[in-house]
Ligand binder design. Sequence first.
Ligand code: DC
Length: 237
Amino acid sequence: MNRKIIIAIDGYSASGKSTLAKDLSNKLKYTYIDTGAMYRSITLLAIRKKIFHSDLWNIKNFLPFLNNINFQFQWNNKLNKTEILLNKENVQSEIRSIKVTNKVSLIARIPEIREKLTVIQRNFGNKKGIVMDGRDIGSNIFPKSELKIFMKGSIDVRSHRRFEYLKKKGKKISYEEVKKNIFYRDMMDLYRKISPLKKSTDSIEIDNTFISPEKQLNIVLQLIENIRFCKKNKNYI
Ligand code: DC
């Protein structure tokens, strides 16, 4: 019996989704798929194609570039992390730029782009054994996944964590700017028409305002043990 499962992690920007997803993928030897990185990669492509220079409806001209788009997630041994390749180009660092971060919400609300990524993301789940994070994984991409986690945390704690992370990376940005961007992305995620950020009724919510990454990892590993136990004993629903 395949004991591997699909773990869907959704939640607010900078709520620690990727930290949890990476920890789980290391521990369980699961593939980690960062769907935010996919939206960011498309945003980078859009910036390069200058679609933001005129009005957004120029999107019709942009869509053909997505016809043969290709994503790969590759393990970097030196940095001990997974990196995203867009059309075979490693864009891991460029997609974290402020330029991309400020525009990604505009790309993530375009229906044709969401449809395209939905198909690609579902294909990653064919063999199970994946942990995928994003905004609509439990509600839309894998509504039948065995474990759905929904993460949140106070906006101040999330902004502070992101600010410290960017400072360490040498990025010149103020705390207020970081907070403003997180608030803006929260609003865009919550109120967009298609696949908004929404906790599904069968998700388990983790508010990590006051808990450490180690603690949240242990909570989720315990949940996975319970799921496996139920699966083995056939009282898995
Ligand atoms: O997880 P992240 O901050 O890297 O995601 C970047 C943006 O992409 C975020 O502002 C919302 C969007 N996104 C989305 O709409 N749906 C997903 N499944 C993942 C990300």
